[in-house]
Design a protein around this ligand. Sequence first.
Ligand SMILES: Cc1ncc(C[n+]2csc(CCOP(=O)(O)OP(=O)(O)O)c2C)c(N)n1
Ligand SMILES: [Mg+2]
Length: 315
Amino acid sequence: MTTTHEAKTETAMPVSNVQDRATQTGVSPADVPQDRIERTRAAAYRIRHHALNMGEVQGQGYVGQALGAADMLATVYGDQLRFRAEDPHWEARDRFLLSTGHYAIGHYAALAEAGIVPIEELETYGSDDSRLPMSGMSTYTPGMEISGGSLGHGLSIAVGMALGLRYQGSDSRVFNFLSDGELDEGSTWEAAMGAHHHQLGNLTAMVDINALQADGKTDTVLRTEPVTEKWESFGWYTQRVDGNDVGGLLAAFDKAAAQAAAVGRPSVILCDTKVGRGVPLLENREKAHFMRIEEHEWQTCREQLTAGYEGKASA
Ligand SMILES: Cc1ncc(C[n+]2csc(CCOP(=O)(O)OP(=O)(O)O)c2C)c(N)n1
Ligand SMILES: [Mg+2]
């Protein structure tokens, strides 16, 4: 590995981010305070940086997805999710379910950023005996609620959890992270129908629409558009945002929370993202689903990431 592995900004998320949900009232990106945007953008930068360092250990991996989804993960973990870093099983926590097991690299980076997994441990990613296997496993990793490698099951589990929490009188929320490939699965739509039927206002789904799947572009594998209308017709409160715009994401998550409390129906945030986002070298790479990155390229990736972040941060 090369040496420059320190993320540029040192401030980490609060170790425990139990927060007053009533304060989250922004309804459009313009309403979201700038310091909240900057804090989330900095967290997303660090998540991307961690993901590059982890990818370098193996020389390859699902790095493009981690870079693309970093803004979504930073928004959820840094701003929305209720958890206690020192007690990942805390009963009153919100649940974050990663149904796309192969996105684990990005999720581990977010868990490290949240203080749930030590940052030093990230370099064990994908190695024998590591708690951080290539595909997310609930029995291995603190904060990993489900084993999600078999795609299309996450939303069904989320529906069950949301129902169970409601029966228990809990105000915990359930967040499910899906990929656009998971929209090919019939089970996703069964779960969507069930969530609406049971008026699960405590459930928020977010879909990473990176327009890519293992076998190629989503619209050539199985066309899922018009995605927004599909979720709407299933009765969900539906928003579609630029998934790489932190201000828009924060506003959308705020609206989802407010909507859920008001009418008790599930929310979905459809996030259009770019694979490899933040690292131009990787943004247009062929075979982006599972990237092979040469030894000499990793440092360039980190430099491009930092240059882009600093440019944005001073804009
Ligand atoms: C039920 C199931 N079918 C097939 C696979 C094989 N598989 C792994 S990743 C993947 C692509 C799914 O699409 P998406 O998550 O959108 O891909 P990405 O954006 O990460 O390229 C597939 C088909 C699987 N893991 N589970
Ligand atoms: Mg995809």
